[in-house]
Every structure is written in C-alpha cells, then in structure tokens.
Design a protein around this ligand. Structure first.
Ligand code: COA
Length: 254
C-alpha cells in the first residue's frame, strides 16, 4: 500500500496521507507523490477540484524527522519545495479534511487551501522553533495576516497546539465536525464545487489570491533559505536526535 493514495472520481482528485504507523509524517517520496499529483491535477481537464485528507485519528505529524536528520532537502527543486510551490500556486479549488494532530506542514499547508474542514479532535501546531527551525510555506507572512500578529507569534514562537474550535474562530477552518464525518463532508463539498463552471472557479480564486501570491512566493523563498541553513544547525540536530531517542532536547549548549 502506498503512503499517498490518489483517487480521481467525478472531477475530484483525492490525495490521502496513508502512513499511519508513522502518524502520516511526510517523507521526501511522499512530498514527490503529492507534488506530482498536484501537477497532474493542474493539467488534467477532468480534474476540477483537489482534496487532501488524512485519517480520522491523524492528519499529519509533519515532516519525517528521520528525513530531516539523514537527508535534509537541499534546493528549490527538492520534493518538499515542489509540493509547497504546487499548493501555493494551484489554480483550481483545493480542500483539506483534518482530524487529530496537524503538525508543522500539516498546519501550514492549510493556509494555501480554499476550504478546510476539521474534526473536533483536530490539534494544529507549528513547533518549528522547538525543533531549531523557522516557519515555512509562507506561514510567517500568512499566519500574522490571518490571526493578527500576537496570536501568530504565540503559535509560531511557542509552538503549542491549538484545537479545532480556536482554528474555527480565527478562520483557519470552515467548519468543525465529528471526526468520522470529516472526510465524507469534505468530499461532498468537493463534488459540489466540481459541478460548478471551472472557468469561474479558477477566475474567482485567481482574483482572490492575486494581491497576495507574489508576496507569499517571495516569503517562501526567503523562509526556504533560512530553513535549509537551520536544518543543519546544532540546535536542530539536538532536537531531531532527542526526538529519535525519545528524550527532551537540551538546548543549553547550542
Ligand atoms: N517523523 C518521524 N516519525 C514520527 C513522526 C515524525 N514527524 N511523528 C511521529 N513519528 C513516529 C514516532 O516516532 C513513533 O514511532 P515508534 O512507533 O517507532 O515509536 C510513531 O510515529 C508513533 O508516534 P507517537 O509519538 O508514539 O504518537 P502519539 O499519538 O503519541 O503522538 C504526535 C502523535 C504527532 C503528536 C507526535 O508523534 C509528534 O509530536 N510527532 C512529531 C511532530 C513533529 O515535530 N514534526 C515535525 C514538524 S516540522
């Protein structure tokens, strides 16, 4: 069974994170499959809407930490950056269904989705600082815009989780549902969109995004440079090693 399941039906491409034994943490191969799926969806006229979903117990534990340690992404053409570019510039409606933990990119990718449906068990967190890293996916720009500076600073500097109701209040998610209903509801909404005129959907999304897209891509490039530098820093190495060794990191000497 693949770690990313791709299913296309009735104008909707569904990409399912399917690595439950590792809490749907995302490897380079998974980013590549997601980026390829988005590229196909962009070109294929029979795909009108894309839905990204996880399992009712977990959306994603973020980047695979073993990958961060052993084969960190090196350039703009690496799978993770291809995926981030793909979601930031995706022209058709992009939906997400999120239950359980949504860590790191599991939360930041939602800033590029048009509609987000969450289970009441959803827990969003961006613990980049706790890992010796910095924000990615233009979250350092888009999150302050969405939450206001102080709430964004709390989410990004402390990195503590916030729950579905708080995400609903700040507009990160559209609706909170029982976890068993989230994927089905998101899928029904995606089918509803897929029945609408695609040209109007694409034009409406373009008009809503055009004021912000250039700045988001610029921010992403800036973040990418810092992120790649920090990935090999002593603090990040200590954080990743501590995670693998199931202990608390000790940043006192880094
Ligand atoms: N990368 C690699 N492996 C991961 C992982 C990740 N991001 N997240 C979880 N796993 C692994 C765990 O090491 C564990 O492996 P094991 O069975 O060999 O011990 C397995 O997945 C199950 O995870 P566990 O932590 O036991 O599940 P949980 O339900 O108690 O907690 C999370 C779930 C998501 C809250 C927790 O796993 C977590 O915080 N993960 C790290 C998140 C993170 O920092 N991601 C990077 C963001 S940039």
């Amino acid at each position: 069974m693949s770690d990313i399941l791709l299913h296309a039906e009735a104008g909707v491409m569904t990409l399912t994170l399917n690595r439950l034994e590792r809490k749907n943490s995302i490897t380079a191969a998974m980013y590549a499959a997601l980026a390829d799926g988005l590229a196909r969806a962009r070109e294929d006229a029979s795909v009108r809407v894309v839905l990204v979903q996880g399992h009712e117990t977990v959306f994603s534990a973020g980047n695979d930490i073993g990958d961060f340690l052993n084969k960190p992404p090196s350039g703009d053409d690496s799978p993770v950056f291809r995926f981030l570019q793909g979601i930031a510039t995706f022209p058709k409606p992009l939906l997400a269904a999120v239950c359980g933990p949504a860590v790191g990119v599991g939360t930041t990718m939602l800033l590029h989705c048009d509609l987000v449906y969450a289970g009441d068990n959803a827990a969003f967190s961006m613990p980049f600082v706790n890992l010796g890293l910095c924000p990615e996916a233009a979250s350092s720009l888009l999150l302050p815009q969405m939450l206001g500076y102080h709430r964004a600073a709390e989410a990004l500097l402390l990195g503590e989780p916030f729950m579905a109701e708080a995400a609903l209040e700040v507009g990160l998610v559209n609706r909170v549902l029982p976890p068993t209903e989230v994927n089905g509801y998101a899928s029904a909404q995606a089918r509803k969109l897929a029945a609408k005129p695609i040209t109007s959907l694409v034009e409406t999304k373009r008009l809503m995004k055009k004021g912000q897209q250039g700045a988001a891509l610029q921010q992403m490039a800036d973040e990418g440079e810092s992120f790649r530098r920090l990935l090999t820093s002593p603090a990040a190495k200590e954080a990743f090693t501590a995670f693998m060794e199931k202990r608390r990191p000790d940043f006192s000497k880094v």
